[in-house]
Design a protein around this ligand. Structure first.
Ligand SMILES: N[C@@H](CCC(=O)N[C@@H](CS)C(=O)NCC(=O)O)C(=O)O
Length: 195
């Protein structure tokens, strides 16, 4: 497996997932050009010119959540995903997909200062709806699936960790800071984040 990575990018989350699983892989360091664009080599693998990218014997996986979900399924013995036919999959998928489809575009809208848009038509609604949802998803103790730490914690936990770090959440609740504290205490998180 090859993991296309840069320490100042979303690839930190997939690096963290690989570290949680302790999976052997080649780390390909991507240095963006001075103008911020990707090299032709990276574009050949991912026409988006974006990282993270994971390749596995000719299979190309892009998108942070897809890479984490793929790895969890590829190494089922590590226990990072609930059984494929279980009802737990519903909550697992919800927590995996919510950051990329909803949380991220909402934060982008907020950071761009856009307020005059139809919240009922765009998929991410608005800040208040997203934060209420975060509050309902984040557990008071342990992890998103209870005792089982899963790829969903890496994806949603990673997104919320960055949002708090960059000050995108106005006043994080104690429930949220407690969850992020548990995330930051994990050995693999600390290793992959250079702590
Ligand atoms: N939807 C992608 C976003 C990936 C992304 O935006 N990566 C940024 C770094 S954090 C990147 O590679 N930017 C370089 C560029 O767009 O040229 C994901 O979830 O992984």
């Amino acid at each position: 497996m090859k993991h296309y990575f840069n320490p100042a990018s979303r690839a930190v989350t997939t690096h963290w997932m690989l570290t949680e699983l302790n999976v052997e892989h080649e780390q390909v360091l991507i240095d963006f050009q001075p103008d911020g664009t990707a090299s032709d080599d990276l574009r050949a693998v991912n026409p988006m010119g974006k990282i993270p990218v994971l390749t596995d014997d000719g299979v190309v996986v892009t998108e942070t959540a897809a890479i984490c979900a793929y790895l969890a399924d590829r190494f089922p013995e590590k226990g990072f995903a609930p059984p494929a036919n279980s009802q737990q999959r519903g909550h697992y998928y919800r927590c995996l997909f919510f950051p990329g489809t909803t949380l991220e575009p909402m934060f982008t809208t907020k950071l761009l200062g856009l307020t005059d848009y139809p919240a009922s038509s765009v998929g991410w609604g608005d800040y208040d709806r997203c934060l209420s949802t975060v509050e309902s998803l984040v557990p008071a103790d342990e992890w998103l699936l209870g005792k089982q730490f899963s790829a969903a914690d890496v994806v949603l936990g990673g997104a919320l960790d960055s949002a708090i770090q960059y000050g995108w959440i106005d006043s994080p609740s104690s429930r949220l800071t407690g969850y992020i504290g548990r995330i930051r205490g994990r050995e693999a998180y600390r290793k992959s984040h250079g702590i």
